[in-house]
Write a protein that binds this ligand. Structure first.
Ligand SMILES: [Zn+2]
Length: 227
């Protein structure tokens, strides 16, 4: 197997997505040196940190966590950019490997990725959050449900709108469709980068409206800490 792996490595030259150094056999997607440089949040899966408090102010959230602090010009920004715009789809599952152990304190039953608009999906070819969500489901034993949430229409730029208009804009952009009864279940909503939390809060409200007795938590690859 080792020989086969070495041959495969020669053919597909496995390199770190961040620094382009060759990866060793026990490294995957990101090299150990780059991992050591990543700005991990160390937020547990709970309601006791800044991210959870921000989200709870907007929607009835059970627990939250995020793997990295987002910085556009830093390593986490570079990583998310590779995932979204350079077809490095394996970054998502790799980040899920690091985040999954935190979820084991209260594992979810159902995992949903925040959907992309069909037009964006066509352009990019994949939803960057799906691979992350699917891998989290595999680690936690949850059911991965990629199509229950749909993005309805293109939401125009949010920059010039009032908070109420922004909320209307975001909440009307999503639709939940499922034949299952999720009351009493623990649902984990996953996203790539959380900035204001407005999108997630809108989706949480939609799920909560349909299943008031479901617990709804949130996990993301990165969190853009407000200044
Ligand atoms: Zn590296």
């Amino acid at each position: 197997m080792k020989l086969l792996q070495s041959l495969l490595d020669l053919v597909y030259s496995r390199t770190c997505v961040l620094c382009a150094r060759p990866l060793t056999h026990d490294e995957d997607v990101i090299c150990r040196r780059c991992i050591d440089e990543l700005p991990f949040t160390h937020y547990d899966f709970s309601d006791r940190h800044k991210l959870a408090r921000i989200l709870q102010a907007k929607a009835p959230i059970h627990k939250a966590t995020s793997l990295l602090f987002y910085s556009k010009t830093g390593l986490s920004g570079k990583l998310i950019h590779k995932l979204k715009y350079h077809h490095h789809a394996r970054v998502g599952p790799r980040l899920a490997d690091f985040l999954a152990p935190r979820l084991m304190t209260d594992p979810p039953h159902i995992i949903l990725p925040v959907p992309l608009h069909p037009r964006k999906l066509r352009l990019r070819g994949y939803n960057q959050t799906e691979g992350f969500a699917r891998r989290l489901a595999r680690h936690t034993g949850a059911r991965f449900v990629p199509n229950a949430l749909r993005k309805r229409r293109h939401t125009p730029s949010q920059t010039t709108k009032s908070p109420w208009e922004r909320w209307q804009n975001v909440s009307q952009g999503f639709k939940l469709r499922t034949r299952s009864n999720w009351n009493g279940r623990h649902i984990l909503l996953t996203d790539d980068v959380i900035t204001t939390g407005a999108t997630l809060a809108a989706i949480v409200q939609i799920i909560h409206h349909k299943f008031p007795r479901a617990r709804i938590s949130v996990a993301s690859m990165a969190f853009n800490l407000p200044h």
